[in-house]
Design a binder for this molecule. Structure first.
Ligand code: FAD
Ligand code: NAG
Ligand code: NAG
Ligand code: NAG
Ligand code: NAG
Ligand code: NAG
Ligand code: NAG
Ligand code: NAG
Ligand code: NAG
Length: 597
């Protein structure tokens, strides 16, 4: 163990010294005025900071509430990432009591460190369907958001990399739809898992329901295929902090990144049109309020919870709701914090006839230490990938299913899945019993109809907001989740699972011979989040009466302020959203460069 600790210290010591423009103390900032200020050094914010500072004439300040990602082992070693929620690197939010979840309030992690949620997420990289993007273009009236047009931004983001174990990837992806010229590393699995072959065999045995898809990121994701993750060829997480703020960028003399800087609000600097070019924040644990200003623009990239929270604190939101909580309203923009969407998940668990699952590692710290040693030695072994399986599924419910018959398809088109299936070669997130090996299959509802909100809990800008994703509030979502459970049960009915599955485990035991009502009750008791809050500061067409930002991401009725993060997505993509967030940030950077050219 001592040897391991020494190894860890050596592995982590050097990067701390290499950073030139990362400030730990506000007193070290060279100035209080910058061309651009980016609020939130998260997934989107770091992209904008990188792209704007390509122009040496622009000074950019990033204000990040959390700590640095440098040397944070669980944010580097992919398998350990699941220990980041409820840690020093998490905002530690909870939802309000969710009616649709039998009154449960659930933990709602958001990254609180450089890289934001890209530093704590499960690293799945999924672009969504072409329908998703074509619908964004349609509802915003901006064809620039269409699938074809955003390809250039996926390419600027993605740096396709060989997998950490250098295995042959022929037949696991389609090279024609990938880019090696981007900044953010994306790769296939770097360590084989016991269930890989069974999942691939399922695509042969049940090819109608679960066809094999060579590349789930080519715009037509339906089927089962090899997952792609934001992990580099050395088996390390690629976040917006390791990529867009990498060593070759962070040392730019025009880029300034201040950590431990929590923004409370924007300050109005001109009346007509209302202009907000100053930012108030506290830094480094002292309660003293600081102010910095932008000469050109403020870019709000605090995420789907942080961005509406800061807008509301600043008097930008629904006039009456602001008055009720004791905040002086400045701009009446009723949709700030409204229309929050998230993709609910439900897991099914089985005990399995195998010892080749990660349960063996989860319950044996000696073994876990050995696997970490392997990673430290040459970036190999089970820890080069996350706890998720190497393969993902994307499935549609037939439109003649009674849940959808006669209804509007909740998905944006016929090439869009209703469900994502995430297999795990072990038991998660249920507590692990002392013996046994397990399979978990998780289904995520990709196009929920339910919507929720982010609201202020008080006039104290540092108090956590009220987060209500409204999970399963719309009963059609509940029925869709019920059908999602049936799809998981069907998947393991393929003959290849016959000598593998021992039986349903734990709470999932009720699913044997269950009625629809019993499955719905199972869903209400166990459903959770896939951690994808979006839409709380939504884009809408220019001139629309609803929405928060125009298609160029400028805030409606306000000058000098853009929102660039997941909160602007009008609806969730049929995917995990980080790829979409990266695309939004890449395109926003072009908008800003053009506006100030
Ligand atoms: C546990 C977890 C697992 C996930 N798994 C996946 C996955 O596998 N694949 C996928 O595609 N997506 C996944 N996601 C979702 C994905 O990571 C997010 O949708 C995406 O990263 C959001 O990017 P963002 O820029 O909108 O916000 P963030 O990346 O969260 O950035 C917001 C930043 O702003 C900072 N901030 C907030 N408020 C303030 C303030 N007041 N002052 C200063 N700074 C502030 C935050 O600390 C943070 O750094 C996951 C998310 C979580 C939490
Ligand atoms: C989140 O909670 C954990 C565990 O209670 C705690 O250690 C951590 O400091 C909290 N995070 C923050 C940012 O306060
Ligand atoms: C993979 O190849 C790279 C160089 O191409 C090498 O550094 C690395 O050690 C190899 N990894 C494995 C596990 O073979
Ligand atoms: C930053 O570092 C890179 C190498 O990582 C180097 O090429 C570049 O010149 C450095 N820039 C500055 C401004 O020091
Ligand atoms: C835990 O792992 C170690 C190292 O691989 C092994 O020697 C030991 O037998 C394991 N313990 C149990 C209880 O399986
Ligand atoms: C969900 O439904 C409950 C009960 O009908 C209601 O109290 C709550 O406000 C709803 N939440 C949302 C976000 O609509
Ligand atoms: C477990 O798997 C072995 C083959 O690996 C098989 O012989 C045995 O019947 C299986 N047991 C169960 C309970 O399925
Ligand atoms: C109930 O489920 C079990 C296990 O799936 C199955 O063997 C059995 O046939 C089912 N019984 C009925 C009445 O459907
Ligand atoms: C939410 O989105 C819908 C559809 O875009 C829009 O009509 C509505 O005004 C938005 N706001 C609220 C609070 O529902």
């Amino acid at each position: 163990m001592v040897k391991l600790l020494v190894r860890l210290l050596l592995a982590l010591a050097s990067p701390l010294l290499s950073i030139a423009t990362l400030y730990h103390d506000v007193a070290d900032l060279p100035d209080t005025s910058f061309d651009f200020i980016v609020i939130g050094g998260g997934t989107a914010g770091n992209v904008v900071a990188n792209r704007l500072t390509e122009n040496p004439k622009y000074n950019v300040l990033v204000l990040e509430a959390g700590l640095s990602n440098e040397g944070v082992l669980p944010a580097i070693v992919p398998f350990l990432g699941s220990s980041l929620p409820n840690s020093l690197y998490d905002w530690n939010y909870s939802t309000t009591a969710q009616t649709g979840l039998n009154g449960r309030a659930i933990p709602y992690p958001r990254g609180c460190l450089l890289g934001g949620s890209s530093s704590i997420n499960y690293m799945v990289y999924s672009r969504g369907s072409s329908d998703d993007w074509d619908q964004y273009a349609e509802v915003t009236g901006d064809s620039g958001w269409s699938w074809d047009h955003v390809q250039q931004y996926f390419q600027k983001n993605e740096r396709w990399s060989s997998p950490p174990d250098n295995h042959s990837t022929v037949g696991e992806y389609d090279p024609r739809v990938h880019s090696k010229s981007g900044i953010n590393a994306v790769t296939l699995s770097g360590f084989p898992q016991g269930i890989d072959e069974r999942l691939i065999k399922t695509t042969q045995e049940l090819s109608e329901d679960f066809p094999f898809n060579l590349d789930i990121n080519g715009g037509t994701p339906l089927g089962i295929g090899w997952g792609q993750s934001t992990i580099d060829s050395h088996g390390q997480r690629s976040s917006s902090a390791t990529s867009y703020l990498g060593p070759q960028f962070i040392n730019r003399t025009n880029l300034h990144v201040l950590i431990k800087a929590q923004v409370s609000r924007l300050i109005q600097t001109a009346l007509n049109p209302p202009t907000f070019k100053s930012v108030e924040f506290i830094q480094g644990g002292t309660g003293e309020l600081q102010v910095v200003s932008a000469t050109k623009e403020i870019i709000l990239s605090a995420g789907s919870i942080g961005s509406p929270h800061i807008l509301l604190n600043s008097g930008i939101g629904d006039r009456q709701a602001l008055i009720d909580i004791g905040i002086q309203p400045i701009v009446h923009l009723p949709d700030v914090g409204q229309n929050l969407s998230d993709q609910a998940t439900i897991g099914v668990y089985w005990e399995v006839n195998s010892t080749d699952t990660f349960d063996t590692i989860s319950r044996n710290s000696t073994l876990a230490g050995e696997v970490l040693e392997e990673w430290l030695d040459d970036r190999s072994g089970r820890f080069v990938s996350s706890v998720l399986g190497n393969i993902l599924g994307w499935v549609r419910l037939p439109l003649d299913n009674p849940v959808l018959e006669g209804k509007v398809d909740p998905a944006p088109g016929s090439n869009s899945p209703h469900y994502e299936i995430l297999p795990l070669n072990g038991l998660a997130p249920l507590p692990l019993p002392p013996t046994g090996n397990f399979l978990s299959l998780v289904s995520a509802l990709l196009s929920p109809l339910s919507r929720g909100s982010v609201k202020l809990s008080s006039d104290d800008p540092f108090a956590a907001p009220l987060i209500d994703p409204g999970f399963l509030n719309n009963t059609q979502d509940l029925y869709m989740m019920r059908e999602g459970v049936k799809i998981l049960l069907k998947l393991v009915s393929a003959p290849v699972w016959d000598n593998y599955i021992v039986g349903l485990y734990g709470p999932a035991a009720v699913l044997a011979n269950a009625t629809d009502v019993e499955v719905e009750e199972y869903v209400r008791e166990l459903a959770s989040t896939i951690f994808h809050p979006l839409g709380s500061a939504s884009m809408s067409a220019r001139g629309a009466q609803h929405g928060v930002v125009d298609p160029d991401l400028t805030v409606k009725g306000v000058a000098g302020l853009r929102i660039v993060d997941g909160s602007v997505l009008p609806r969730p993509p049929s995917a995990n959203p980080q790829a979409a967030v990266y695309v939004i940030a890449e395109r926003a950077s072009d908008f800003i460069k053009t506006a100030w050219a």
